[in-house]
Design a protein around this ligand. Structure first.
Ligand code: 2BA
Length: 116
């Protein structure tokens, strides 16, 4: 990877398995450094993917643009019986509508970055 300035922002993107490879590919193609971690959503307990990219502040909007272009949210009806907390009585027997796909993005300040 070409030498980059030290990152000042950490962009953390939680995306669906189906969009993760496309998003990683697009980020790498634009020269952004990325790390992918397998993760699991607490509500649906489905696998999702968390992608980290440490960038400089002026690049954050470009990263957000790629996420918006690639990760599209949709609605899905999920049978409550498939949810892990079915026993707690907080949901009726009707399938519930949840948002799937799309992305959850956190942008954090980087206090310190070191390549050792
Ligand atoms: P999950 O926790 O499995 O949630 C999947 C989707 O289920 C959520 O989509 C939301 O639409 C719905 N949902 C979550 N909790 C709910 C509840 N108590 N009642 C009804 N519906 C509920 P997203 O909001 O797009 O979140 C997608 C994934 O991103 C989440 O998967 C979780 O892994 C992560 N995530 C979302 N917000 C987060 C946060 N504030 N902190 C950390 N992770 C977060």
């Amino acid at each position: 990877m070409a030498e980059r300035p030290d990152p000042t922002k950490l962009v953390m993107m939680i995306v669906s398995d189906t969009d993760a490879d496309n998003l990683m590919g697009a980020l790498v193609e634009k020269g952004f450094p990325v790390t992918k971690i397998g993760s699991t959503g607490g509500f649906l307990r489905r696998g999702n993917v968390t992608i980290f990219s440490g960038v400089v502040e002026s690049e954050v909007e470009q990263v957000m643009g790629l996420v918006t272009e690639i990760c599209h949210a949709r609605k899905e009806f999920v049978p409550v019986q498939t949810l892990p907390f079915i026993g707690d009585g907080s949901f009726s027997a009707e399938p519930i509508e949840v948002r799937v796909g799309g992305a959850i993005v956190f942008v954090l300040d980087v206090d310190r970055f070191q390549r050792i």
